[in-house]
Design a protein around this ligand. Sequence first.
Ligand code: SF4
Length: 344
Amino acid sequence: MTKLVHIGNVAIGNGNKVAIQSMTNVETNNVDLVVNQLLQLQNAGCDIVRVAVKTHQCAKALADIKCKVNIPIVADVHFDYTLAIAALENGADKIRINPGNVSADGISQIVDCAKMHNAPIRIGVNGGSVGKQYLQNYPTKIDAMVANLTDYVHMFEDRGFDNLVLSMKSSSVAETVVVNRLIASTFDYPLHIGVTEAGPYPQALVKNAVGIGSLLLDGIGDTIRVSATANPVDEVLSAKQILGSVGMLDVVEFVSCPKCGRCSVDLEVFAQAVYNKVKDIPKRLKIAVMGCEVNGPGECADADLGMAGGKGKFVFFKHGKVYKTVNEDVALQEFFNEIDLLVK
Ligand code: SF4
């Protein structure tokens, strides 16, 4: 079990639900644009949002932004430690820094300020930001990343600070999984996980689903960010799909068969329509759309509700048992009615 860390009104670690993160992609000093994007992200299901703080103007804007939203905000700061301090003074709920590009005195001052504001700090090493000396002194990049992060952790613990969140990211799925497994077995700080620089969709979703999903199934990860060259709202929707797929979020498990020669209905059309109907329902249900009545109900016997195609008709089944037959032309509406009844 990892340590408990509070990021504003969201708790992570210590068995809390895995929090979804994303990052705004507009100028932080444009308060209206940022607030608009934060609200969109929150409505989509995001728990924590990171914003880039590049200037003191951005840091000051946080105070105005914080008045208009209640989602916790993480200030992403590089190089200039005074920006981290200004962000905390203007209400940032957490700071994300790369200790490799901040002076030792700067770290001490950030730590003092974070203690005063009771704010956590995320520190991490990415595949592209490993210190050169570590790469030279360790046999593999993974060893170098772990040694680098370990030194960062000591840098903060030596200053009496343990309100930390750790991250180890790489654009390689395998590297991300291996380094996080190592870190999870070394430290008990909450882990922020994700595959970084994962590109556009569908690659971004596949890489993050494999990387984040593998770690979550190992019991590793307290907050996740799907990195994608896309609208950040899509990152949140992808994160929800990943959490739903590993059983960590209440969503409908939608099942449809791959279709074979036994199918005599336009399965793709029915499957897509039912998927669209159920994809946002926040309940743990299993709904199936199967291609044939011979094998469909048996192949998906544990579905709460299912429909299976026949010649010009569909049979509806619950837990593998057929209970109703309807004509194909009204099957979709009838099935939607059944879903509505089930959800109620
Ligand atoms: S449910 Fe029927 S149509 Fe679908 S894959 Fe199985 S046998 Fe084929």
